[in-house]
Ligand binder design. Structure first.
Ligand SMILES: [Zn+2]
Length: 161
């Protein structure tokens, strides 16, 4: 669990409404100034044993000591700032390898060379969430995958085991 600074600073007539996450390891016992990742307003906070003891108080014109690790905007579809954006978020040294950063691989064929539906965009005919109710008529619905499948078969890349 971590505390947050929900920034309500008025920025060009609208509240900033950015949630800055105070990750517990860094801010557990901490006193200092931290910036809002979106509007860069500087806030003074004093945290003791993970509880907000003082603040957040705005400190206009002062420099932040550090930045939040992550921030997002829940009212705007949770668009946010990942760690390590200069002037906004703090870099994080233990980032997962690039293959674990949450971007799905587009897979059209299984390890045995059989067509699978792990790719996008699925054709609109796929129905809700690409479910292809009852039957996936691959030849009709995904002709280019079907074509690729035929070529794989010719090249002997399709196996049963
Ligand atoms: Zn802000």
């Amino acid at each position: 669990m971590c505390d947050v600074i929900w920034c309500k600073k008025q920025v060009s007539g609208k509240p900033c409404n950015t949630v800055n996450y105070l990750d517990p390891y860094t801010f557990w016992n901490w006193e200092g100034k931290v910036n809002c990742a979106e509007c860069k307003t500087v806030y003074y906070i004093h945290m003791i044993q993970g509880f907000n003891f003082k603040g957040p108080e705005e400190r206009p014109g002062e420099k932040p000591d550090t930045s939040p690790l992550y921030a997002d905007k829940p009212l705007e579809g949770y668009k946010g700032y990942l760690p390590g954006i200069e002037g906004r978020t703090r870099p994080y040294q233990c980032l997962p390898r690039h293959i674990y950063l949450g971007k799905a691989d587009m897979v059209k064929f299984s390890i045995r060379g059989r067509p699978v539906r792990g790719w996008r965009p699925q054709p609109p005919s796929a129905g809700i969430a690409g479910s292809f109710p009852y039957k996936w008529d691959i030849q009709k619905l995904s002709p280019e995958v079907w074509q690729e499948y035929q070529e794989k078969k010719k090249k002997g890349e399709v196996k049963d085991w």
